[in-house]
Ligand binder design. Sequence first.
Ligand SMILES: [Fe+2]
Ligand SMILES: [Fe+2]
Length: 310
Amino acid sequence: MADLQEHFDRTIARDQRVEPRDWMPDGYRGTMIRQIAQHAHSEIIGMQPEGAWITRAPSLRRKAILLAKVQDEAGHGLYLYSAAETLGTDRAELTGKLIEGRQKYSSIFNYPTLSYADVGVIGWLVDGAAICNQVPLCRSSYGPYARAMIRICKEESFHQRQGYELLMTMMAGTPAQRDMVQDAVDRWWWPSLMMFGPPDHASPNTERSMAWKIKRHTNDELRQRFVDMTVPQAEALGVTLPDPGLRWNPERGHHDFGPIDWSELQRVISGNGPCNAERMAVRRAAHEDGAWVREAAAAYARKTRDGEAA
Ligand SMILES: [Fe+2]
Ligand SMILES: [Fe+2]
């Protein structure tokens, strides 16, 4: 046992990858399962706010882009459930936990999408924040998760670009279109900053995840990186970020920003955001509607097995 622990510690210290066949501490396995499951659930639930606009896309081109994006998110969910399976859990079990409310998904997807500008702002800010979070995860210590993240990040950068391009187009349009963009930015800015999780001093798992090299940067470091990256993009776009405290601090070499309303994050995480009930109801209904597909797949698998045995 001491040997196994020592081997694990050495693997982490040398920046090598932990693989499914390797021994790992129960705490590491549990943390990985929780993180990957939460990530997978977020990809799947995250299809809803934008998916709602597919039938109302303003042009064939926009519809094709949005369809591709939403399908990418389904793919991300599936890679991640597969990565979780390598840790000895399975997708049906994780889906069950999500539906019973025993596992979480990112609180950002509990906000409504009120206009087509929201599709652009989600791509720009929400996928942008996801990229800040996920690029360092390509070097996460658990092999299957890190490898899944490489492809996911490539697709996320397409998501961010299509959002920004959509917003550029709207900002070159009518005053009403520019107002729609500004309104969407006003609504999504603060929830996007909350995507990085609670501040470091209130994030109990950060220290251990950093020691295990599951996480490479703290929540506050990543949030700062996102703000610094986004401010010049907002200027180029011609929108205002809704924070009077936002300004460049030459001493720190970073932008300062105003206080985040953490009680809002708490409220949304605990199930009382604007769309929590709707998101869960839609997910539950999709699961029930899909029962016949799972039954048919299982029947086919049985038939194939019986055929091979005979
Ligand atoms: Fe994604
Ligand atoms: Fe995405």
